[in-house]
Design a binder for this molecule. Structure first.
Ligand SMILES: [Zn+2]
Length: 241
């Protein structure tokens, strides 16, 4: 099932990706973090398909503003954090819960990953992780609501998933993240190689995502920290970088 699944990035705003998951080509789609309904509606129209369900990782507007407009047109289930401030969630989810999104024959597991926000959850299914603004390629989200021990623990949780897991995060920040990663780990040749690959992809206007957990364990300084204190120092440095 996983191998035939089709996952498409729908660019939104300056550097967001809204992920569209389809069990097979042209099947109704599961949409992850619709910050804007317009790119989703355009793509559904192009694909001549419909919305099956929606996943939400956290409350930020650039992940949720398209939710109610989409629900006006499609009566579909919405799976997301147990946060009453997010209007439209029909199935609030907690750590460890398993569910099969409408439209997909694949079970997802919920991982609570606080740090960027307190309500942040990530969705894991065999071979793929939708992690919103928790883990980026070569970086991680800003620490808006959580604290360093929480964020560190969330990243440790993700680091324990199978190494082949594909990482579908929300932002195309990879090139900027790698500039910081190269400063943080000047001896790390994997980071230098990744910079060359990412430069070529961006010149070709290709997404640098999904990444894989194996790759992130090599090039992501935040995922490589050994303690919450080390994470806190690195996060602070990146904020000022
Ligand atoms: Zn966010």
């Amino acid at each position: 099932m996983t191998s035939v699944m089709k996952i498409t990035p729908l660019p939104a705003f300056d550097d967001n990706y809204i992920w569209a998951i389809q069990p097979t080509e042209h099947a109704p789609a599961v949409i992850v973090d619709p910050g804007d309904e317009a790119p989703v509606l355009r793509w559904l129209d192009e694909q001549q398909t419909e919305l099956a369900s929606i996943l939400i990782t956290h409350h930020h507007w650039d992940h949720t503003d398209g939710l109610l407009p989409l629900l006006n047109q499609f009566d579909v289930p919405v799976y997301g954090p147990d946060n009453p401030k997010i209007e439209g969630i029909s199935t609030p989810l907690r750590e460890g819960e398993r569910f099969t999104p409408a439209g997909l024959g694949e079970e997802f597991q919920v991982l609570e990953t606080p740090g960027h926000t307190l309500d942040h959850i990530s969705f894991y299914s065999k071979g793929m992780l939708f992690c919103g603004d928790t883990l980026f390629s070569a970086g991680c989200g800003r620490m808006f609501e959580g604290n360093a021990p929480q964020f560190f623990k969330s990243l440790r949780k993700l680091a324990e998933l199978p190494a082949a897991t594909r990482i579908y995060c929300t932002h195309e920040y990879t090139a900027a993240n790698l500039r910081f990663a190269a400063a943080a780990e000047p001896e790390n040749t994997a980071i230098r190689e990744a910079q060359q690959e990412v430069k070529a992809l961006r010149e070709d206007q290709q997404p640098t995502l999904p990444s894989t957990l194996a790759r992130e364990l090599q090039i992501n300084p935040f995922l490589r920290t050994k303690s919450a204190d080390e994470f806190a120092r690195l996060r602070k440095w990146k904020d000022e970088f």
